[in-house]
Design a protein around this ligand. Structure first.
Ligand SMILES: [Zn+2]
Length: 273
């Protein structure tokens, strides 16, 4: 073969491989994974570690399992400060995280690449502005989410979520709600919504957010975690925790907020399925 022909063949192969990788590889890999049955011991871990899993009808359990398979296939877990990430840790985190997208699609987590897990709450250097002054100091964190596809979690807090399905705090739901919020490029407390949903969301959530702030300013104890009053992004994350963990109470106290979340998540925690 002459050099131009060899070059042309090589170029065609290279382009074909690139096209396959860019457009088909992810789906091919996912389909290959989903042809594998969900391991029975994994279901036992989900039953034990993800309290909400036990309340799902069988069809939704199977859907959650498929999402968990994809989550474990594509996301890298790293233990920090000597923490050892085992199967139970991965399944607990994936099971809670995928609960949020059960009514939507797994593609919402396409941009998440890595999960860092600390054994306990951890300290970070933190800078914040107060007027013209920038303060610096240490902050203790139970978790954080970044718009660069990384989620950090303290395992002790994840265990708390696994052990108490009615607790107002569930750090896994909280941090993955932030990831959904980031999908439209801004952490503003509003995940991507269609035009009709967006105006209704804006009005409902603004009213509820101001109500929480007013309650705190007047020194009343809110039923919702006051951390939600710090900024709209935290409000959405805290509401997401309440939506799944304190569903009945949220629907009773703030039915419009409950309905807005139910419409967004396409999931009714009080009537799953
Ligand atoms: Zn947060």
């Amino acid at each position: 073969m002459s050099s131009p022909v060899v070059f042309a063949v090589f170029a065609v192969i290279l382009i074909s491989v690139s096209v396959f990788y860019l457009f088909f590889y992810r789906n091919w890999r996912r389909n290959r994974e989903l042809r594998q049955p969900f391991p029975a011991p994994w279901r036992s871990v989900l039953e034990e570690q993800v309290p909400f899993f036990r309340r799902l009808p069988e069809a939704q359990k199977e859907l959650l399992e498929r999402y968990v398979q994809l989550f474990l296939l594509e996301k890298d877990f790293y233990g920090c400060d000597g923490f050892e990430v085992d199967e139970r840790v991965r399944l607990t985190i994936a099971g809670h995280a995928c609960l949020l997208i059960l009514g939507r699609s797994f593609s919402h987590y396409d941009d998440i690449r890595s999960i860092l897990v600390y054994p306990d709450v951890y300290r970070v250097q933190h800078a914040w502005e107060h007027g013209m002054i920038v303060h610096e100091g240490e902050e203790v964190r139970a978790g954080e989410a970044s718009s660069h596809g990384q989620v950090v979690l303290a395992w002790s807090e994840c265990e708390h979520a696994a052990n108490d399905s009615r607790s107002p705090h569930n750090v896994i739901l909280h941090e993955f709600a932030h990831q959904l919020d980031y999908l439209d490029g801004s952490a503003d407390g509003a995940p991507p919504l269609n035009t009709e949903q967006a105006s209704h969301w804006q009005q409902t959530m603004t009213e509820a957010y101001e109500h929480l702030q007013n309650t705190i300013e007047h020194h009343h104890k809110p039923w919702l975690d006051p951390y939600g009053a710090t900024e709209p992004a935290e409000f959405f994350a805290v509401l997401t925790e309440a939506f799944f963990q304190q569903s009945e109470h949220l629907r009773h106290e703030q039915p419009k907020v409950f309905n807005a979340l139910r419409d967004y998540y396409r999931f009714d925690p009080l009537n799953p399925g």
